[in-house]
Every structure is written in structure tokens, then in C-alpha cells.
Design a protein around this ligand. Structure first.
Ligand SMILES: C[S@@+](CC[C@H](N)C(=O)[O-])C[C@H]1O[C@@H](n2cnc3c(N)ncnc32)[C@H](O)[C@@H]1O
Length: 211
């Protein structure tokens, strides 16, 4: 029996992750493409997006993930659950997010984005590998409507703080309050969130609204 080793991290700056994604025909992807769209950036195995799609059938969910074997497992689960409001894509968000959003044309239904427990890349020289770079924030500002939300969370306070600073730098977003939120705004947990809470770790959460 062959064992497929799934890497814990991949370097998003490496050559093999620079190819832009092929954008799908959204009419073929979702049963109702005009429902509000929630994008989960760095969705991992898709546990959160799958639970959300079951709990909130009036929304469409799109999970984006850079590790191919992980996203293939998520796609298999989506097919088994026969959910027509859920889709997973293998892509480097830093390369492909804009093209994905542009591909909706004037009918872009984006309303909500989550970035949950992103890879911390602690070393200073590796911080360019973090997913939430200023370009991503600008793209989200461009495609989210007023009132649209970005929710971030991490068990690593420095990483949560870094995300808060990146988004706060952009004048189109306003943070709700100034303290970490005690509860997730979502009715489902991510894998990492559940594991962190089980270990008694603090989870640092913030919500931003598009002005
Ligand atoms: C620590 S995991 C957390 C997964 C999930 N959000 C959770 O909370 O359980 C971070 C995920 O983000 C993915 N990721 C990191 N950089 C990415 C990028 N540039 N584009 C897409 N996915 C990325 C990683 O491959 C990994 O699966």
C-alpha cells in the first residue's frame, strides 16, 4: 500500500505555485450562483466550509487551498455530501484571488470572507509567505460590497495581530470593537479552532466590515 505524505506547509512563493487558477463557469459550480458567497481562504480539509454549507443552504461557500492532496480530500467530501452550495479549489490565493473574483463579472456575489488559523511563518524572513498580504486586502476591499465582512482568527496572537494590522491599514475596512471577540461569529468550527479550544489555547478573533 502506498502512503501519500501530505506536507504540513508549502512555500507559496515557490515557482510551482505561481500558475493562476483556471476560473470555472460558476453556473456549473453552484445550483444557485447568485446566492451570497462566503470564501474561506486557506480552508485546509474543508471541515468548516462543509459544515457551514449544510447549516446555511441560502449561502454559497468557496474553500481555497494551496495543498493539492488536502483540497482533493475536501472535494471528495463535498461530492459525498452532494452539496450544491459548496466548492473547493486548489489555488494559491495570493496569485488567483483577483482572477476568481473578476470571473463573476458584474454579478459578483461576494459577501463574506474568513481567514482562519493561517500558517504562522514565524521567522521574519518567511513573513512574506503569510497569506494575508496588502494586495489581498485591497482585492477584498474592491470586491466586497459595503457591509461585507472579513473574519480572521488564530491561536497565535502575533499572527492575529498581523492580520488586524494589515486590514486596518486599508481605509475601506472598519474593525468591530477593539478587543478580541470571545466567540466565533460562525455556527461551525474549523479543525484548528476545535483542536486549539480542546487544548485550552486562547483564540484571537476579529471582524472587519467593508465601509
Ligand atoms: C494551519 S492551516 C488551517 C486550516 C483551516 N483554516 C483550519 O482552521 O483548520 C492553514 C491552511 O492555509 C493554507 N494556505 C496557506 N497559504 C495559502 C495560500 N497562499 N493559498 C491558499 N491556501 C493557503 C495551508 O495550506 C493550510 O491548509
Amino acid at each position: 500500500m502506498s502512503v501519500v505524505r501530505v506536507r504540513q506547509h508549502v512555500n507559496p512563493l515557490s515557482e510551482k505555485y505561481q500558475a493562476p487558477v483556471t476560473t470555472p463557469d460558476w453556473d456549473q459550480v453552484y445550483a444557485n450562483p447568485q446566492q451570497p458567497l462566503h470564501i474561506d481562504i486557506g480552508c485546509g480539509k474543508g471541515v468548516f466550509a462543509l459544515a457551514m454549507a449544510q447549516l446555511q443552504p441560502q449561502w454559497n461557500f468557496l474553500g481555497l487551498e494551496i495543498r493539492k492532496p488536502v483540497v482533493e480530500a475536501a472535494q471528495k467530501r463535498q461530492q459525498e455530501a452532494e452539496l450544491t452550495n459548496l466548492h473547493f479549489m486548489f489555488c494559491n490565493v495570493n496569485i488567483s484571488l483577483r482572477a476568481l473574483l473578476e470571473s463573476w463579472g458584474d454579478q459578483n456575489p461576494l459577501q463574506q470572507v474568513s481567514i482562519q488559523f493561517p500558517d504562522p511563518w514565524f521567522k521574519k524572513r518567511h513573513q512574506k509567505r503569510r497569506v494575508l498580504q496588502p494586495d489581498i486586502v485591497s482585492t477584498l476591499a474592491e470586491f466586497l460590497p459595503p457591509g461585507g465582512r472579513v473574519v480572521v482568527q488564530s491561536d497565535v496572537e502575533a499572527v492575529a495581530m498581523d492580520m488586524v494590522e494589515r486590514i486596518t491599514e486599508n481605509p475601506h475596512f472598519q474593525r468591530q470593537g477593539t478587543a478580541w471577540l470571545p466567540q466565533s461569529p460562525f455556527p461551525a468550527q474549523t479543525d484548528r479552532e476545535r483542536a486549539s479550544l480542546e487544548q485550552g489555547l486562547a483564540v484571537h478573533r476579529a471582524i472587519f466590515t467593508r465601509l
